[in-house]
Design a protein around this ligand. Structure first.
Ligand SMILES: [Zn+2]
Length: 172
C-alpha cells in the first residue's frame, strides 16, 4: 500500500504544490551543481546550512500533507514521508528503524550520491545533506517535535566510497 500523495498542479498559474508548499522539479545536474556552489562558497559552514534547509523544506511540506489528511499514526506518517520522497525521485528510504527517539535510516539509491558520482566522481565526505535534513523533518512532522530538538547526519555515503548511504537521526 502506498501512502504517496501526488503534487497538485495549478495550470492557470503554472504552479505545482505538495502539502501546500511550492514544488519545483530539478534534475541531478542542477541539484549537485547548486550543492557544490554552496559548499565551495561556505566551506565548513555549508553542511549545517544544507541540512537545515532540507529539514525545514521537508517539515513544512509534510506538516502540510498532515493538515490536508492526517495519518492514522506516526508510523503511517513515516511511510507517507518515505513514499513521497521516493515519488519525487530522491530514492527509497528505509524508515523501519525510525521512531520518536530518532534512529538509523538508509536510502537506496540516493539521488544526490548517484548524481554527484556521475558528475564528479567520488568525494572524501558524504554528499547527501538534503536527505539528512529531510529525515530530520520527517521525525519532526511525524512526532510533532520542534526542529530544534532534532539533529540528523549522514554516516556513510556511496559518494564517499561506502556501500550505502546511511543516516543517524537523534532527538534531544
Ligand atoms: Zn549519500
Amino acid at each position: 500500500m502506498s501512502f504517496h500523495q501526488a503534487p497538485k498542479a495549478d495550470l492557470e498559474r503554472g504552479v505545482s504544490t505538495l502539502g501546500g508548499r511550492r514544488l519545483v522539479f530539478h534534475c541531478h545536474h542542477y541539484n549537485v551543481f547548486l550543492q557544490r556552489t554552496i559548499e565551495d562558497a561556505l566551506q565548513e559552514r555549508a553542511p549545517g546550512l544544507l541540512v537545515a534547509a532540507g529539514m525545514e523544506a521537508a517539515r513544512a511540506m509534510l506538516q502540510g500533507l498532515e493538515a490536508e489528511a492526517a495519518s492514522a499514526s506516526p508510523a503511517e506518517a513515516l511511510r507517507r514521508a518515505a513514499d513521497t520522497f521516493a515519488a519525487q525521485g530522491f530514492g527509497r528510504l528505509d524508515v523501519g528503524l525510525l521512531g520518536a527517539g530518532g534512529g538509523e535510516v538508509t536510502v537506496a539509491p540516493s539521488h544526490y550520491a548517484v548524481g554527484w558520482v556521475s558528475r564528479w566522481g567520488k568525494r572524501p565526505t558524504p554528499a547527501c545533506f538534503f536527505v539528512a535534513g529531510f529525515l530530520g523533518g520527517v521525525v519532526a512532522a511525524a512526532y510533532r517535535l520542534a526542529p530544534e530538538r532534532i539533529t540528523s547526519r549522514e554516516c556513510t555515503c556511496v559518494a564517499a566510497g561506502d556501500e550505502r548511504c546511511s543516516f543517524r537521526v537523534e532527538v534531544w
